[in-house]
Design a protein around this ligand. Structure first.
Ligand code: NI
Length: 190
C-alpha cells in the first residue's frame, strides 16, 4: 500500500473497530454546534468503538464526534497516564456540566485536530458532568486534574469551540496559519 495506509483486508476478521480519519482545523464541521443523540443505535455504538480505537491509535486522551465528521453530542476519553495502569475508556453521550469549581487550573493543551500545536488554557480545576452511557444509563461524576481539562475541552468541541478559541487573537491566528500550511502540505503529499 502507498503512503503507509493500513489495508483493512489484512486486519483480523474479529477486529470490527476501524480507524476514522480525524478532521484538521480549519474545517467548518469543527465550528458547528452538535445535535443531541436521541437513541443509542448500533451506529452510535460503532461510532463510539471506532472513536476509542482512533483516539488510542493517535494517540490521544480525548476525541469528540465532530472531529471524525459526525455532528452529534458524543465524546470519548481516557486520561489514565500511569505506566501499566488499567485503561479507562469512557464514552459520554449528551454530556452536560452541572457544576464547576471556583478554583482554576492552567494546562498545556493540544488537540488531535490541531497536531503539534500546544498552548496553556485556564479552566475550572474541577467539574461535575452528567451524561448518558452506552447502556442508556444516566451517569454523573466529578472530574479533576487532566480528566477535568479533557472533559471540558471535549465538551467545547460539541459546541463548535476549539482550545485555541480560549487564546488571544494573535496566538489563535498564528496557530491557524500554521495549520493551513500543514493541510496544504498534506494535500500535496496526497
Ligand atoms: Ni480537541
Amino acid at each position: 500500500m502507498a503512503c503507509g495506509l493500513r489495508d483493512p483486508m489484512a486486519w483480523p476478521k474479529s477486529l470490527a473497530m476501524s480507524l476514522r480519519p480525524i478532521l484538521l482545523h480549519p474545517d467548518p464541521r469543527l465550528k458547528k454546534v452538535c445535535t443531541a443523540i436521541e437513541a443509542i443505535t448500533p451506529e452510535i455504538r460503532a461510532l463510539a468503538d471506532d472513536m476509542l480505537h482512533t483516539m488510542y491509535d493517535a494517540p490521544g486522551v480525548g476525541l469528540a464526534a465532530p472531529q471524525v465528521g459526525v455532528l452529534k453530542r458524543l465524546f470519548v476519553m481516557d486520561c489514565v497516564k500511569e505506566e501499566g495502569a488499567a485503561p479507562r475508556p469512557m464514552v459520554l453521550i449528551n454530556p452536560e456540566i452541572t457544576w464547576v469549581s471556583d478554583d482554576t487550573a492552567a494546562y498545556e493543551e493540544g488537540c488531535l485536530s490541531i497536531p503539534e500545536q500546544y498552548a496553556e488554557v485556564t479552566r475550572p480545576e474541577r467539574v461535575r458532568m452528567r451524561w448518558t452511557d452506552l447502556d442508556g444509563e444516566a451517569q454523573e461524576e466529578e472530574f479533576t486534574g487532566l480528566w477535568a481539562t479533557c472533559a471540558q475541552h471535549e465538551l467545547d468541541h460539541l459546541n463548535g469551540k476549539l482550545f485555541i478559541d480560549h487564546l488571544g487573537p494573535i496566538k489563535r491566528q498564528l496557530i491557524t496559519r500554521r495549520m493551513v500550511k500543514l493541510k496544504r502540505e498534506r494535500a500535496r503529499e496526497g
